[in-house]
Ligand binder design. Structure first.
Ligand code: PBE
Length: 300
């Protein structure tokens, strides 16, 4: 009798527990007929606090008056943001994220940028190569290669996708180089090989910069350099170039995203110009949020 009771009880628990668990994790699906704010708790899901896009988004919140309805920007990391996005999309839930391109989030998920009529994010960005003062005379070979380094969004995306699929970044970089040898040859054409000379690149460990920094590092290695790459926060990265602690970085999103540091350290670095054009930064939502197409719509 006791035994039977226990079986019935555990059976009941098995029925009830998943339902309870389900209740706590399941958020509501996006409802186009409801105001958006309450559906997402007036929250924009962001990334690491130091990122330029976080500062720009704070400005955007003010510019669009979203602060008046208590919209807030949640700090996390790219990995946490994309995992939250992944879950939201799986369940057709509403979500507003800080988005940028090139990034695999736009390849992997059906998301769209929100229009930005007040131009808080600027229309498009380029990514510049920044080197320390004196690099040109100390390491003319590396300087030339860094100066010539440029590629397209699609190139960067293909490296990012491989890394996102689990490939080691240096392997993904080597693979891209192998498949784009003609382009790489243009960067190194006529440049003398060196013999183990040390060079240090600093970068912020964003997916895009992991891709570009590894590609440049591998090209420099093939040219005889002994390359160190070191990831750090954005401010120390700029400081490392300004103080000659590092030689170069290829991570300067401009004119907006890295503006603060670009201005702060002006005169203490050489700007070799864009290595990639047509990048973009803004707010993004899943495409099924059909009536949210502009940042203005967040107030609706
Ligand atoms: N990002 C990607 C960076 C630059 C590269 C847009 C997240 C940022 O500073 O916001």
């Amino acid at each position: 009798m006791k035994f039977k009771k226990a079986i019935i009880l555990s059976g009941l628990l098995l029925l009830i527990l998943p339902t309870l668990a389900g209740c706590t994790t399941t958020l509501k699906k996006y409802d186009a007929n409801e105001k958006l704010g309450p559906q997402v708790n007036y929250t924009i899901t962001g990334i690491d606090a130091g990122a330029g896009i976080m500062a720009t988004t704070q400005t955007a919140i003010q510019k669009y008056g979203l602060n008046k309805s208590n919209w807030q920007l949640q700090t996390s990391s790219t990995a946490a943001m994309t995992s939250t996005l992944d879950k939201a999309i799986e369940n057709k839930q509403p979500i507003v994220i800080t988005g940028w391109q090139p990034h695999w989030m736009f390849t992997k998920y059906p998301i769209k940028f929100l229009k930005d009529p007040k131009n808080a994010y600027g229309s498009s960005e380029h990514i510049n190569t920044i080197v320390r003062k004196g690099l040109k005379s100390d390491m003319p070979e590396a300087y030339t290669i860094l100066d010539r380094f440029h590629w397209k969004s699609t190139d960067m995306s293909s490296v990012m996708l491989d890394v996102n699929a689990g490939m080691d970044p240096s392997k993904a970089a080597k693979k891209w180089i192998k498949n784009n040898q003609t382009q790489v040859n243009q960067w190194t054409d006529g440049v003398k090989k060196v013999n183990g000379k040390k060079i240090k690149l600093t970068y912020v460990a964003w997916d895009s910069e992991i891709a570009s920094t590894n590609v440049v590092a591998e090209v420099l290695k093939e040219h005889g350099y002994s390359v160190t790459i070191q990831s750090m926060e954005m401010q120390p990265m700029w400081a490392s170039i300004a103080t000659n602690a590092a030689d170069a970085q290829v991570c300067a999103w401009l004119p907006n995203t890295s503006k603060q540091f670009y201005d702060d350290y002006k005169g203490k670095y050489d700007d070799l110009g864009p290595n990639l054009e047509g990048a973009k930064v803004g707010l993004a939502v899943p495409k099924y949020m059909t009536n949210i197409n502009s940042i203005e719509d967040l107030k609706k």
